[in-house]
Write a protein that binds this ligand. Structure first.
Ligand SMILES: O=P(O)(O)OC[C@H]1O[C@H](O)[C@H](O)[C@@H](O)[C@@H]1O
Length: 638
């Protein structure tokens, strides 16, 4: 019991009910959940703006969700959320408001901190940023020698680096390609060296980003940058044209030698990790232009409004945060994989690491007492499909339960054309496939033991066996988030969704998503093809769920359209992830003849995509078949 008379979180009746429910669910398989609820795929999907969030492949039932919402209600999460939006000082340790949401409030909004409406200040800084960004982009702002600025180097660390660096990368196709924009964070001099070695100091603008302006790495790099500049330009006055600061600390900025007129302000109620839509985003604004930046803020605002107003059962940040509690505390999940299927999101997971782990990395609760529950996971991951060739084996076949977010885009960026654009289908085939539930692995292994594929007539009868090395744990939760159009607001919207989720207590956000290809039909689809004589093999596109608007589906022709019967020619093709019909990405040793039959039956979107006409290759599945047989006790040659 707390001093205020409230029961501690993990002694509350709601927590106890969740623990009991978890015990009751033990042994329930995801496949069972799909089989039991024909509407699961459609029902466990949320649409927020352009985001489609599919959470159907979580280890949850309606009751789980109800109990989690009851926990949130009992702890007054909605009350805290509302207090946050109102500008109350919910950061009790620093006695501060937590008001990053004010950074994207409309001009006419009123949000007060200590009796002062902060919205006019926010827009004054945004306007000042826009004016400066336009002058740099147009060439009106020149360097000390009169040369146009062509290079922008942001020096900052933590929230003063990860956010703008991530967003710059995410929105690269919207940037002014004439500008070189770089981010320096590491106090290792190599970072600054590599960022500046090919730049002309007379054309280079340094943006020193630091909320406190006391961070040792940033101030050290900024000092070295000034030395580099002055060594070339030889005049102290050059600093005014080549250095600007983003900070809350005007005194320290002046002490460093930057003209206070060249400082873009933000406030102590903006947490560093939430700051890239404040002045900290200046490098991004210069890169993409003020209009795009404001469009990005619209995306943030849309998610803010959703979080503030959506009912609990349809509130994505709340839901996903609660799922984090579910896995961390009732499934003992230690980590959480964030797997963007977008090269442009290559820095997204690193950004989320700070957002989530710095937010939830606390061992003392609001009551001042040490917690004896889990507050947050280790967040990790890299973009697909790279991760498939590295660590998906552990996710899909290892012993650890790792909730995973799959993030994908319906369309490639407009800049891509020809073959590069077409590669998006392959990318998305991996994205979708990585989330699939697998057929009964026991059946596949039984098939294998009985001699492998027989022209599509697999024999997987008898009682399921839990054999070691089974291809995938279908009970490992996977989740997909899928913006249906790629435009600047999309990525920040997603980012904001994560932020909001991260804000729900010790709470996570687990998005995943795409409606198409999920639900009961998918559950049926993913069962192994039994090969009844004359039965048409199933294809991924048979009975797929509702397509999302604008989603270009990977090439998935109905089997009837397949010209060639029997084992598929693409079985030995260069499928990423060692084949493994894509997303699961495990090594070829785990690919069984049963899987090959899935390929043969037209379910292998990835292998299909990469097949070249007339290509004859040694079927990798055969090697896999031998490997699996060897592993399962049979002779490799048998
Ligand atoms: O922006 P600065 O004041 O330089 O701080 C940079 C970083 O410093 C610390 O690591 C804080 O924990 C981070 O939240 C912050 O983003």
């Amino acid at each position: 019991m707390n001093a205020d008379g409230r029961t501690r979180l993990n002694q509350s009746p709601e927590w106890t009910a969740l623990a009991k429910h978890r015990e009751e669910l033990a042994g329930t398989h995801l496949r069972d959940l799909f089989a039991a609820d024909p509407q699961r795929g459609a029902g466990y999907t949320l649409q927020v703006g352009d985001l489609s969030i599919d959470y159907s492949k979580h280890l949850i039932t309606d009751e789980t969700l109800l109990l989690l919402r009851e926990l949130a209600a009992a702890r007054d999460v909605a009350g805290l959320r509302d207090a946050m939006f109102r500008g109350e000082k919910i950061n009790i340790t620093e006695d501060r408001a937590v008001l990053h949401t004010a950074l994207r409030a409309p001009r006419d909004a009123v949000i007060e901190v200590d009796g002062e409406n902060v919205v006019p200040k926010v827009h004054a800084v945004l306007d000042k940023m826009a004016d400066f960004a336009e002058r740099v982009r147009s060439g009106a702002w020149t360097g000390h020698t009169g040369k146009r600025i062509r290079n922008v180097v942001n020096i900052g660390i933590g929230g003063s680096d990860l956010g703008p660096a991530m967003a710059y990368e995410a929105l690269r196709s919207y940037t002014d390609r004439e500008l070189t924009v770089r981010f320096v964070s590491n106090v290792d001099g190599a970072d600054l060296h590599e960022a500046t070695r090919d730049l002309d100091p007379a054309e280079t603008l340094f943006i020193i980003a630091s909320k406190t302006f006391t961070t040792i790495e940033t101030i050290t790099n900024a000092t070295s940058a000034r030395t580099w500049l002055l060594a070339a330009l030889g005049d102290e006055a050059a600093v005014a044209k080549h250095f600007v600061a983003l900070s809350t600390n005007a005194a320290k900025v002046a002490e460093f030698g930057i003209d206070p007129d060249n400082m873009f302000e933000f406030w102590d109620w903006v947490g560093g990790r939430y700051s890239y839509d404040s002045a900290i985003g200046l490098s991004l604004m210069i890169a993409i232009g003020p209009d795009r930046f404001r469009e990005m803020l619209d995306g943030f605002r849309q998610m803010d409004e959703h979080f503030r107003t959506a009912p609990p059962e349809a509130n994505a940040p709340l839901l996903l945060g609660l799922l984090g509690i579910w896995y961390g505390n009732f499934h003992d999940a230690q980590s959480h994989a964030v797997l963007p299927y977008s090269h442009y999101l290559s820095k997204f997971t690193a950004y989320l690491q700070q957002l989530d782990m710095e937010s939830n990395g606390k061992y003392v609760a609001r009551d001042g007492k040490q917690v004896d529950w889990q507050t947050g996971p280790v967040v990790w991951g890299t973009p697909g499909t790279n991760g498939q060739h590295a660590y998906y084996q552990l996710i899909h076949q290892g012993t650890k339960l790792i909730p995973a977010d799959f993030i994908g885009f319906a369309e490639p960026v407009a800049e891509l054309s020809g073959e590069l654009k077409a590669q998006h289908d392959l990318l998305m085939a991996n994205f979708f496939d990585g989330q699939l539930l697998r057929p009964d692995p026991g059946a596949r292994l039984r098939q294998d033991r009985r001699g492998g594929p027989r022209g599509g007539r697999a024999r997987g009868t008898g009682a399921p066996q839990d054999l070691p090395g089974q291809p995938a744990h279908d009970h490992h939760p996977r989740q997909g988030t899928h913006p249906v159009r790629a435009r600047p607001a999309d990525r920040p919207l997603r980012a904001q969704g994560v932020r909001a989720g991260r804000g729900v207590g010790h709470r996570l956000l687990r998005p995943v998503g795409r409606r198409a290809g999920q639900g009961p039909r998918q559950a049926r689809r993913t069962r192994p093809h039994r090969g009844r004589r004359g039965a048409r093999p199933r294809c991924l596109d048979q009975g797929a769920g509702r397509p999302l608007p604008g989603v270009a589906r990977p090439e998935l022709r109905p089997c009837a359209e397949r010209p060639e019967p029997g084992p598929c020619a693409e079985a030995g093709a260069r499928a990423p992830g060692g084949g493994r019909w894509s997303g699961a990405g495990a090594s070829s040793a785990s690919r069984t003849p049963g899987e090959h039959e899935r390929r043969a039956s037209g379910e292998c979107a990835v292998a299909r995509w990469i097949r070249r006409p007339g290509e004859q290759r040694e079927p990798n599945w055969l090697k896999a078949h031998h490997a699996v047989r060897a592993w399962s006790g049979a002779t490799a040659s048998g």
